[in-house]
Design a protein around this ligand. Structure first.
Ligand code: KE4
Length: 435
């Protein structure tokens, strides 16, 4: 991997200047802008397997993987072949196709709690629609979410914990009205008592609890023992819908996702990323008696011009077709090697980190304390992370440009990629130690 000389990222830098003339911040999604780590984003020209190459011709071992979708790596031959073949048959019909049935059946076969599916275009759309469906099914207004969980840019879910124990949501984005946020109650992740308290006060008006069963948007935070089962019990007892947002964990931590890993059966599940194989496709699904409240069979409206798009479904089918127990065993082995190497490198450099991992998603928290919720995640040394991020980038390793994101290992990451990453991380932790 060629060393990246920060003074010589010319074409990428120029590309960002040009992009900024037309695109806000030069990007189409804020986290891509390198805002919290500093510097300008790299403009990527191509990807192949575990590697991406920027417009300056420099290659990197990629652990962003388009933020999770590319569990098979970039430009997997069978995914590309399926997409090209689909394109030749027509890009979109706005009418049912057999491929949508195939992909939906594959989802139902792999995720036991899902009896019926609706395909949409993004994780945001899946979560937004699942919340509306839960409200339509229960006739109730309030939803409970958790601080640090991200469910896309849905007004009702762009809500932070209110002040103190109030738990009343306050908008986390301009443009989200207080009236919308008022129906969103927020509890700390992993805090069973707080959720029980909210139900005790609002139980009869809680339509749904939405949770990332393994949280990946405050860095990686695992559910504490009993947390998910408590949510299941409380929702069952109060007639609320339990929604698992598995946009990131679905098909990532195993074929059945976090719900199979933890043995909890949600009422609705949101999927995205991997299920679309890197194309704009997501899904939500669950109990048939709930899903049938969706138009056209029911009164909850949700629609989409490109929902179930033939090219996106082709990518999703090709991707899920490649995922089997052997692939997850290899991912587990490589990811464990990486996590162990990162841990050793940090220890040898005397840098305090906590490595969190579940399957092939992991996070290096720059903290000397366990990270179990948003408060402890926010206590991390984000400046040290930024130093580490740039040291890795300069040495050809591409991480997510934020302490509060995950790294993803793909099936294309080989032993050599992991070994190289561990070697570079050792050097990069030493840079952090000196900074
Ligand atoms: P999209 O609308 O971005 O497809 O999905 C929203 C979403 C929903 N639920 C979970 C658990 C998610 O992680 C996401 C999106 N994840 C972020 C990265 N953490 C996408 C990257 C971005 O926003 O550019």
């Amino acid at each position: 991997m060629a060393k990246v000389d920060p003074d010589n990222i010319t074409r990428s830098s120029a590309a960002h200047d040009e992009a900024s003339a037309y695109l806000v911040g030069g990007v189409n999604s804020p986290v891509r802008a390198f805002g919290v780590v500093g510097g300008k984003p790299l403009f990527i020209a191509s990807g192949s397997g575990a590697t991406i190459t920027d417009v300056d011709g420099r290659s990197y071992i990629d652990y962003v993987g388009s933020w999770g979708p590319l569990i098979l790596g970039h430009a997997h031959p069978r995914v590309v072949q399926a997409v090209v073949a689909a394109a030749h048959r027509g890009t979109s019909f706005g009418a049912p196709t057999e491929q949508e049935t195939t992909l939906s059946r594959m989802i139902v076969e792999r995720v036991p709690s899902i009896e019926a599916v609706r395909l949409v275009n993004s994780g945001t759309e899946a979560c937004m629609s699942a919340v509306r469906l839960a409200r339509g099914f229960t006739g109730r207004s309030k939803i409970i979410k958790f601080a640090g969980c991200y469910h896309g840019h849905v007004d009702a879910l762009l809500v932070d914990a209110g002040s103190g124990a109030l738990t009343l949501g306050t908008p986390s984005s301009a443009g989200v009205t207080r009236s919308v946020a008022a129906n969103t109650l927020v509890a700390p992740y992993n805090d069973r008592e707080a959720v029980a308290q909210i139900f005790a006060t609002n139980g009869s008006d809680v339509a749904a609890v939405i949770v990332e069963p393994i949280a990946g948007n405050m860095g990686l935070v695992l559910p504490a023992d009993g947390f998910l089962s408590t949510l299941r019990d409380l929702c069952s007892r109060h007639g609320a819908v339990l929604i698992f947002d598995e946009v990131m964990t679905g098909f990532r931590v195993g074929l059945g996702g976090a719900q199979v890993l933890h043995g909890i059966r949600p009422d609705l599940t949101c999927l995205g990323k991997i299920v679309g194989g890197g194309l704009p496709l997501a899904a939500y699904g669950g109990r048939r008696e709930i899903m049938d409240h969706l138009a056209p069979t029911g009164s909850v409206y949700q629609a989409g011009t490109l929902s179930g798009n033939p090219i996106a479904t082709a990518a999703g089918i090709a991707t899920l077709s490649e995922l089997n127990d052997a692939v997850y065993r290899d991912l587990e082995e490589r990811s464990e090697q990486l996590a162990d190497g990162l841990k050793r490198g940090a220890e040898d450099a005397g840098v305090a980190v906590r490595i969190a991992r579940c399957g092939s998603m992991l996070c290096t928290f720059f903290s000397d304390k366990p990270v179990t919720d948003l408060t402890s995640a926010k206590a991390c040394d984000t400046s040290a992370f930024a130093t580490f991020f740039h040291a890795m980038l300069e040495r050809g390793i591409y991480l997510a440009p934020s302490q509060f994101e995950c790294a993803f290992v793909s099936a294309a990451h080989g032993e050599d990629d992991i070994a190289r990453t561990v070697e570079v991380a050792r050097e990069s932790f030493a840079v952090v130690a000196r900074s």
